[in-house]
Ligand binder design. Structure first.
Ligand code: C2O
Ligand code: CU
Ligand code: CU
Length: 552
């Protein structure tokens, strides 16, 4: 089925690979307009070994973007690859046309300009490509980066916030290398890279420090802990601050999930500490465990180090205690739900080669699987009847976990999230409010095991305003089309007189064109067209409005 998994015969074994290297800290950008240059590079993860990589403004990974809640984030993404890409703002509450899903394609050599108001609370988010069937390939080779949102509530707290000094990005990825040095795109790696650094160490001051963890691995789940068994405090999850710090000895971090941890290193100058993953403790149904029926990796089922922390002298203005109270997010009460959707996961297979389905279907870029009303509050229930755990992710929103098998979630899952690991045999109920329109570009929901995602364990939904049909107008020109999705006659209303109307199918063939002679409303017959997504263009000379109509 997928030949790339046959290429494991020759794997790089690097003498001296255990030499410790200082942890790379991606540059932090805080700009009015972020310029993100996606391109191909060559990078040496191990001295003398060249690996072809993809990066954003550099060899591997991209800069950390600092966003301010309430501001407008403006981004220009340049695709310097020889293939299509997209850029998705994972966890950000944006409209579909800003979200960077598989439909927001950036052709090779072109730019994508996008801007949106930052409405997310202070927290750790991230960006990564999302092109149809190419996500794992592009992400494995290095396209992704962190987003840090700052806001007044977060900044009022006495928390470590000096980037690279006491506030550290920690992007966890496992990677497999061929003997030639090239990456293998597959579920597992045999080396852990943290921010792209193998065998990393970092010097940190003897005071309270913050680690922003992101699981950027394709399939591996990490069970985080400290080697000496001491506790750490989790202060934020995927979607911002928890209300109180949660002391933990272990934390499971599945693909796409983030966690902000505070470590109190006070008085430990000269000491060192090892951040570990306890793979030996993972249930056999979780990728990264020692399940012998699945693909193997030297790291599966064992405990291995992620990051060595060497404690140095404190800074001049250290944070010395952990605040007792943090955020103020209130979970959405179940009584506010307008409806429930059940998403049942089925399938059996291996971590990278499985065929897994959601409600018996797989991704079809021409099919919209769910239509959600703007501002609706919904419960989405994930039922996992398959043979492994899947990290389920929903675009454009944050959700709260209501319960796992009827039991309230543990305190580390009490905050806003956008990925939830759904274990085998488990029913997980989540609740969220859909406050952003899809604007012609459907939102995705999918398994964040990138091998599963690329293998179609992904469906799409649109968010429509039931009162006005679908409000569109990508070039700033409003046009209303209704109903959308449509089964027969599509009505439209435009703010400018329309001369011509054009309907294309999703591969660009003209399926309808008409001359309207400057009408501001009219209708188009979709009754004879097959189900699918149809870009519709209304034009009057320079005035152009485009939208995507869903034929159900
Ligand atoms: Cu990390 Cu579809 O996203
Ligand atoms: Cu996402
Ligand atoms: Cu999956």
């Amino acid at each position: 089925m997928n030949v790339r998994f046959l290429a494991f015969l020759c794997v790089l074994s690097v003498p001296g690979a255990f030499a410790q290297q200082p942890l790379a800290i991606p540059p932090a950008l805080d700009e009015d307009t972020f310029l993100l240059n996606v391109g191909q590079h060559v990078h040496q993860f191990y001295p003398g070994v060249n690996t072809t990589t993809l990066g954003v403004n550099g060899d591997y990974l991209g800069p950390t973007l600092i966003f301010h809640r309430g501001d407008t984030a403006r981004l220009r993404v340049h695709n310097g690859l020889d293939q299509v890409t997209t850029m998705h703002w994972h966890g950000m509450h944006v409209s579909g046309d800003e979200d960077g899903g598989p439909q927001n394609m950036i052709a090779s050599g072109t730019d994508w300009h996008v801007k949106y108001e930052v409405v997310n609370p202070a927290g750790t988010y991230w960006y990564h490509p999302h092109p149809h069937m190419l996500t794992a390939s592009q992400a494995t080779r290095g396209i992704s980066g962190m987003i840090i949102v700052q806001d007044e509530e977060g900044s009022a707290l006495d928390l470590p916030r000096t980037y690279g000094v006491d506030d550290i990005p920690v992007v966890l990825q496992d990677r497999r290398f061929l003997a030639s040095g090239e990456f293998v795109v597959g579920p597992y790696g045999d080396s852990v890279l943290v921010n792209g650094t193998p065998h990393p160490y970092i010097d940190l001051p003897a005071q309270v420090i913050r680690l922003r963890l992101l699981n950027g691995s394709n399939s591996r789940v990490y069970r985080i802990g400290l080697q000496d068994g001491s506790t750490f405090n989790m202060i934020a999850g995927d979607g911002g601050l928890l209300n109180v710090p949660v002391p933990l000895e272990r934390l499971d971090l599945s693909n796409g999930e983030r966690a902000e941890l505070l470590l109190d290193l006070s008085g430990m100058e000269g000491d060192s500490l090892l951040l570990m993953s306890y793979g030996s403790e993972l249930p056999v149904t979780v990728p990264g465990s020692a399940n012998i029926l699945w693909e193997t990796s030297a790291l599966n089922g064992i405990d291995f180090p992620l990051l060595r922390i060497r404690v140095q002298a404190p800074t001049a203005d250290p944070v010395t205690s952990i605040p007792a109270a943090l955020g103020s997010a209130t979970p959405i009460p179940e009584t506010e739900a307008d409806r429930t959707r059940v998403k049942t996961i089925t399938g059996t297979g291996m971590v990278g080669m499985g065929m897994f389905m959601i409600n018996g279907t797989m991704f079809n870029i021409n099919v919209v699987n769910d239509t959600v009303n703007l501002d609706a509050t919904e419960i989405w229930t994930f039922v996992n009847n398959s043979n492994m755990a899947h990290p389920m992710h929903i675009h454009g929103v944050s959700f709260f976990v209501l319960d796992r098998n009827g039991v309230a979630p543990p305190p580390e899952e009490a905050g806003a999230k956008d990925v939830v690991l759904v274990h085998t045999g488990e029913t997980v109920r989540t609740i969220m409010r859909f406050e952003h329109l899809s604007n012609g570009y459907p939102f995705m929901y999918h398994c964040h095991n990138l091998m599963h995602e690329d293998n179609m364990m992904m469906l799409q939904f649109i968010v429509v305003d039931p009162m006005v049909g679908l409000l569109e107008g990508h070039d700033g020109v409003p046009v209303w089309v209704y109903p959308n999705p449509v089964t027969s006659t599509l009505g439209f209303r435009s703010s400018f007189p329309v001369r011509t109307v054009e309907v294309r199918d999703n591969i660009g063939r003209l399926v309808y064109s008409g001359n309207l002679g400057l009408a501001q409303n009219g209708s188009i017959d979709f009754g004879k067209l097959p189900a699918g997504l149809y870009p519709v263009t209304l034009r009057n000379g320079e005035q152009v409005a485009r939208t995507i109509v869903v034929r159900e």
